[in-house]
Design a protein around this ligand. Structure first.
Ligand code: ATP
Ligand code: MG
Length: 363
């Protein structure tokens, strides 16, 4: 285990008295060479977690072990951690080249090797032409790449990257994330990537930690989070468009969808809670089949996005989205049959949101 966070918590004094608990009892481990994405909505505690690991924010409770050393009380320069900051934190009087190379020499690299490292990072992130410029004359996206280059140029036990590509346009971002991942992997580096972009997390991370309101919701490989979300929050946060979620009541013969005047929906093979239990049924948009099935919905819209169709359906007062990877010949206003295989049903407890079943398997 390279990094272990044990019961890590962060409480800030509130701006109007009281206190804000930004991170609550966070437990997380990482192996050497792993890339982990911290994913969650704004204010969920991602930056606070990174800053505690880097040592720029004190730990309110809990411990941090990195490469076998307890580090939570060490000063930042003694933690052997490199960080790309959300706000870039470049040194204004230095050129971009000097910013990227800052401290490389004092960390044991000879001059030629340090210069080579700076050039390599600049080329990878396409900022070669601005190496002689100073931060003040550059765009946000250029400063952000300089900050990322500075972090990646360093040798460290852990690289912390806080929204490192958030300012870049989507095309450049998708090219650079591939290169950054390859660079991390080829050097065997361990990295925590903070992002609220699920595509970036899926593309780059070996494991994803989903946080909400300072609490870790689930930690696992992208496929596990997608196929076996631990709760409704993770289920609806990951996936685009989000998972369809329908309130339902368990019936001896299957599920009754609340407020929908339809027969009971049979889901053979799916483990059901006791009859009468209030649940939420989740089905991913690309798992809905249009044209056949036990349900009937009215088409609200049918949009072709160039490589996929998004069809919005009304099922009584409920709205669902179906995604198909071909054009779908349905007209707005038409009522069509649709359905899904029981294998693709997810059941969640209505009160706690906790997953109860994924297809035929109890959660
Ligand atoms: N220095 C501070 N003093 C008081 N409260 C703070 C401080 N820094 C962060 N917070 C609060 O802690 C919570 C978590 O903030 P944090 O910056 O860790 O979130 P985040 O997940 O990085 O969000 P974002 O995606 O917007 O960057 C928020 O409620 C925030 O307002
Ligand atoms: Mg942040």
């Amino acid at each position: 285990m390279t990094l272990t966070l044990s019961n890590l918590s962060k409480t800030y004094p509130g701006r109007h008295g009281g206190s804000v608990q930004a991170v609550r009892n966070l437990n997380l481990t990482m192996e050497k060479g792993e890339i982990v994405a911290l994913l969650g909505s704004s204010g969920c505690g991602k930056t606070s977690t990174l800053r505690m690991i880097a040592g720029f924010e004190s730990v309110s409770e809990g411990g941090i072990t990195l490469a076998g050393r307890r580090i939570e009380t060490l000063t930042p320069d003694r933690r052997r951690v490199a960080m790309a900051f959300e706000g870039y934190a470049l040194y204004p009087p230095l050129t971009i080249e000097e910013n990227i190379g800052f401290g490389l020499a004092t960390r044991g690299l000879d001059r030629a090797e340090a210069a080579r490292r700076v050039r390599e990072m600049a080329e990878m992130l396409e900022i070669g032409p601005i190496l002689k410029g100073r931060p003040a004359g550059l765009s946000g996206g250029q400063q952000q790449r300089a900050s990322l280059a500075r972090a990646l140029a360093r040798d460290a036990d852990l690289h912390l990257l806080d929204e490192p590509m958030g300012q870049l346009e989507p095309q450049l971002r998708s090219v650079l994330r591939g290169r950054v991942k390859a660079a991390l992997k080829s050097r065997g580096l361990t990295a925590v990537l903070v992002t609220h972009d699920q595509t970036e997390a899926n593309a780059m991370a070996d494991r994803i930690a989903v946080m909400e309101a300072g609490v870790l919701q689930q930690y696992g490989p992208p496929s596990e989070l997608r196929d076996r979300p631990a709760n409704l929050l993770v289920a609806t946060f990951l996936g685009e468009p989000p998972m369809n979620a329908l309130a339902a009541t368990v019936d001896p013969a299957g599920l009754h969808l609340d407020d929908v005047a339809e027969d009971v929906l049979a889901l053979p093979g799916v483990p059901m809670p006791r009859a009468g239990a209030k649940i939420v049924l989740g089905v991913r948009p690309h798992r809905l089949q249009l044209g056949a099935g036990a349900l009937r919905g009215q088409v609200i819209s049918n949009q072709w996005l160039g490589d996929q169709a998004h069809v919005v359906l009304a099922l009584g007062p409920r709205i669902l989205v179906a995604v198909a990877h071909r054009r779908v010949a349905v007209r707005v206003g038409e009522t069509i049959p649709f359905g899904f295989a029981p294998d693709h049903a997810h059941l969640f407890d209505a009160d706690s949101g906790r997953a109860l079943a994924h297809g035929m398997v109890a959660a």
